[in-house]
Write a protein that binds this ligand. Sequence first.
Ligand SMILES: C[S@@+](CC[C@H](N)C(=O)[O-])C[C@H]1O[C@@H](n2cnc3c(N)ncnc32)[C@H](O)[C@@H]1O
Length: 534
Amino acid sequence: MPSALTNCAFCQARASQICAACKSVVYCSREHQKEHWKKGHKRECKCYEVASNDMLGRHLRATRDIKIGEQILREAPLVVGPKVASAPICLGCHRNIGAPGKSMNYYKCSSCTWPLCGKECEQSPHHRGECQLMAQSNFQSKINYHPDQDQNQERKESAYCVIMLLRCMLLKTSQPEDFVRLFSLEDHLKERLETPLYQVLRANLITFIKTVLGLREWSEMEILRIAAILDTNTFEVRQPKERRKVRALYPGAAMISHDCVPNMRHRFDDNMNIIFLAKRAISKGEILNISYTQPLRSTIQRRLHLRQAKCFDCACQRCSDPSELGTFAAAQMCLKCKAGKIIPLNPLQNSSPWKCQLCNVKKSAKEIITIDNQLQLEIESLDKSTPTALEDFIYRHRIDLHETNTHVLQVKYALTQLYGNAPGFSMDELTEDNLKRKVQLCEDLLKLADIFDGGWSIFRGNLLIDLEEALVAQAMRVPEDEATECEAILRQAAELLTEIGNIMKYETEMEEVLQERQRILDHALERFKEVEEC
Ligand SMILES: C[S@@+](CC[C@H](N)C(=O)[O-])C[C@H]1O[C@@H](n2cnc3c(N)ncnc32)[C@H](O)[C@@H]1O
């Protein structure tokens, strides 16, 4: 037995009482367990273990009951780097070099010529290893960025695909234990090799790494395996304020499985540490999961995305239910009986026929996917600068799409963002009807969020902020002689703000927004008191 499991973690005396939560430390007494908890075990004590089963492979499972909002796992990235195709970014600090509105700090590394934002980033530990490799082989980066001429700030460069791969390969000598951990992650290489992307990688990347950079000791399959590990396990890190959009590998977090109705959410702190929170109370023994996809996509769309990106067929409760947990999010209305919804006979089989619940109308999965794709294109082409075209979409499809179809939901979500924010539709400018519409849309979407992304999810939090804002605006418009109605609305808004505060507790960038919402609510409450006293 390792000494950690024979000696008290607080006083080192022989001990036998194991920490029931993490099972990784023992104590000689209850008192020393309490002292150790205060001294720091509280932060280290894991409330999960790595388990494995045939369907999910390795995954994390709760070893004790976990409270809503509890921080479950925090991990520093092992490797950070550009996405496979990335806008020009600095290889030292990973900031976007050409972000609009910022002074352009475009600089070419004096050793390897890859873009950086300044001389100081030449010394970044992220960049040093690859820089040496490129410089030794006299490779010159072809990425040329002209901030004054380059209008397309989001221009993607595929040359970046090699960087993250090299950073992983360099770990083999610089951090061999971490490399072993990385190389033990899931890859799905066999399936990925069949895809056009991997055929291109095979043709271009391997020659570059082995011939141009001279890393001949690596086999083709080892290099492709790392690419496949990255595709299966990295997280996208978005830090808009820092102008960063990169990918990062966290070997611990890479054990977390997917569910279309997940019980955790994640965020990143300023140092790109990943932090997982319980979105709802989780019972001991439950599998810990996040969503690798979008809640407002239908089952077919989510499952196709998961198959292509992560090489598995999701069979979670939402995917297995033809009605998607009673929401009928993927269903289309039957135009023959005009009452039934057309749903898949077997949602876990992508080619399964679809059938009306009430009559004998049938459609093939291919027809359903074609209609889905057409609707998606239609939504993409809509003018989203004002609500008009989006409202028109909902009106035009009121017969063929029911109100909780995912396409309608996407449009409704876009509308909640326009009412109250778009030019000509600011909160003060909204008509009574538009304000009511905003409240209605938020309430409709919240009902769905409760099913697909419930508890303390960011999606719910954002919708609650929109609803609270609209309610306060409504309360401010209530005539002074209807104080009771005003009070009821403000009380509801205050309750929402408390819940929003809980959900957004760790989202530091939301602090100012929430303070402002509290200030406006307090002002509205004061107005209400004054009216009441009159
Ligand atoms: C980030 S890894 C998770 C750890 C992985 N299970 C392992 O054993 O290394 C993602 C992979 O886990 C598996 N996986 C995750 N969630 C799953 C799910 N809901 N159903 C089936 N497989 C899943 C898939 O193979 C997926 O490509």
